[in-house]
Ligand binder design. Structure first.
Ligand SMILES: Cc1ncc(C[n+]2csc(CCOP(=O)(O)OP(=O)(O)O)c2C)c(N)n1
Length: 552
């Protein structure tokens, strides 16, 4: 009996190395679900919202380096999943999203839940193709995975007409194509070595393009060989040992100006594996756009990115890890111990944290610090987007070996599904998902998936009764006019228990050590509900201080 296209599709996905599909079902791809029936080589993880399914796939790719895979229904399923497509684009990680599509004879007729995905995802995805001929399915799947991983990695959407999936298909599986890693031009590396020989205060800005273990090793080797200080980009603090004498900090949000001023003393910047967006450049101020104040070496695999904003002295379209290796082999070009000590001292001053007594709840730093103290060193940290993560970034003992998942693109809702996906991928490790009360309620229903599949994320909810990040901006721009940022929350411990998870609430510092120990020791999904202070609005400031600044 001839195979269905859906059966061939499963074989194609396996050939690409896929082993897990996050999905919310839809009648538009029943044949695919049927082709997955009873298979254990391609696990189907049934999620509760397509945003959650997509976020799990994004987290999975961040942990494995292989493209994340999700399947959603047409129309509303696809629109729900679009947050993950946007995030994969912002974070430059490979994602393949399969979308059920109306039958071919219905296309263009305004059929039930019909969407033109090429248009819808046009500005978000690297590509969005509709497979109208089953005979071409293997070739298009192989291309989708390839495009997702090459150049600037990102999302690719495949729309699969419902009737096409049931067509007889005799096409052969197309094997995975190797992703070419382009090395640096030898002449350019020699010129960069020459620039280093002239420099007195060089600085490396290292981003997610070096997040693989191979990339991190190459970065460390470069930093050691040439004595280069390294500052990491937003949500990529994990890629370099924060205890190293060459650690120069993290250029995330709300970094104290004093530290940025020290970094800006650099007389040569090597931006490696980062696109240099507005966050790592602190609003395009350091390096300054479009013409930096100091010579800039920019290394990123995609030539389209280089030169788009910054006028680099040397722009190398190549694999950043291969660049690190090539430059390290050029040998040490100069001596700048005092500079390394200076930037490292400034970075370290930001990592020291003194918890504050607050009138309205716990300084979230108390909980983050206790988890940092007690959690196993190889714990995986997943952070949602929000101010609570400012404490995590500040107090976590990042040693360059840990895995971490966070949304560079700042999307809320990655925390809970990301932690579920991480726990599924690394069942033997402790996975801690930090979320705010805002993010927890966006995709927190995915806790039901943890219970269903035996994942054991430890979710830590900072319940400060506000969309704190926005409140901080609001207090800056419109002091004492709290509008649209307050939250009234459920009892998050009871909420956890409703999912079959452990639920523990802490409201005072003295309760924290035993609560943290209990949550870490629990053999199942758990929620630590932290009654957090809103006054302590971030790890760097308070509402009172913001208001005082405004008055001054
Ligand atoms: C999906 C999405 N919606 C809205 C925003 C805008 N936003 C950024 S942070 C934030 C508030 C986060 O609040 P919470 O999760 O409670 O954490 P907190 O900042 O209070 O620590 C909002 C609304 C966003 N980044 N993503």
């Amino acid at each position: 009996m001839a195979k269905r296209a859906a059966d061939v599709l499963v074989e194609c996905l396996l050939a690409q190395g896929a082993d897990r599909l996050f999905c919310v079902p839809g009648e538009s791809y029943l044949a695919l679900l049927d082709a997955l029936y009873g298979r254990d080589d391609l696990e189907t993880v049934v999620c509760r919202h397509e945003g959650g399914a997509g976020m799990m796939a994004v987290a999975d790719t961040k942990l494995t380096g292989r493209p994340g895979l999700a399947a959603v229904s047409r129309g509303p399923g696809a629109t729900n999943a679009s947050i993950a497509v946007h995030l994969a684009e912002q974070d430059a990680v490979p994602l393949v999203l399969l979308v059920g599509q109306v039958a071919r004879y219905e296309r263009g007729r305004g059929a039930f839940q019909e969407v033109d995905y090429g248009q819808m995802f046009g500005g978000l995805a690297k590509a969005a193709w509709e497979v109208t001929d089953a005979a071409q399915l293997p070739e298009i799947v192989a291309r989708a995975f390839h495009v997702a991983q090459t150049g600037t990695p990102g999302p690719v959407v495949l729309a699969l007409p419902e009737d096409m999936l049931s067509d007889a298909c005799g096409a052969q599986v197309v094997p995975a194509r190797a992703v070419t890693r382009v090395g640096p031009d030898a002449g350019a590396v020699a010129r960069v070595a020459g620039m280093l020989a002239q420099a007195e205060r060089p600085l490396v800005i290292a981003g997610g393009g070096l997040a693989s273990m191979d990339g991190r090793a190459a970065l460390v080797a470069l930093s050691q060989a040439l004595d280069l200080p390294v500052v990491t980009t937003f949500k990529h603090q994990e890629i370099f040992d924060n205890g190293s004498s060459r650690f120069a900090g993290n250029v995330g949000f709300k970094i104290p100006k004093a530290h940025v001023d020290v970094l800006a003393e650099a007389d040569l910047v090597l931006a490696l594996g980062t696109r240099l967006g507005d966050v790592p450049t602190q609003g395009y101020s350091f390096p300054r756009a479009p013409v930096p104040a100091q010579p800039l070496v920019h290394v990123w695999p995609d030539p389209d990115v280089l030169g788009r904003v910054f006028q680099a002295t040397e722009a190398l379209a190549c694999d950043p890890a291969l660049f690190c290796k090539a430059l390290a082999s050029e040998g040490r070009a100069g001596a700048w111990e005092a500079w390394v000590t200076r930037v490292n001292g400034s970075a370290l001053s930001l990592r020291r944290y003194q918890a504050r007594e607050m009138p309205d709840g716990l300084d979230f730093g108390v909980v983050a610090a206790e988890l940092a103290r007690l959690a196993p060193r190889d714990s995986i940290v997943v952070t949602d987007s929000g101010n609570f993560s400012s404490w995590v970034h500040r107090v976590w003992p990042w040693d360059g070996t840990q895995l971490a998942v966070g949304a560079v693109g700042g999307a809320m809702g990655l925390g809970v599904p990301g932690a579920v996906a991480a726990s599924l991928r690394f069942p033997e490790r402790v996975v801690i998902g930090f979320v705010g009360d805002g993010g927890a309620m966006m995709t927190g229903n995915e806790l039901a998936v943890a219970a269903a599949v035996g994942a054991k994320p430890r979710i830590v909810v900072s319940d400060n009764g506000t969309y704190g990040t926005i409140r901080l901006h609001q207090e800056r721009d419109h002091p004492e006019r709290v509008s649209g940022t307050e939250l009234r929350n459920p009892d998050f411990a009871a909420w956890a228990r409703a999912f079959g998870a452990l639920g523990v609430t802490v409201s005072g510092a003295s309760e924290v050590p035993s609560a943290v120990a209990e949550v870490l020791a629990f053999d199942g999904p758990a929620v630590l509900h932290v009654k957090a202070s809103a006054e302590a609005i971030s790890a760097f400031t308070t509402i009172e201080a913001l208001r005082a600044q405004e008055q001054a």
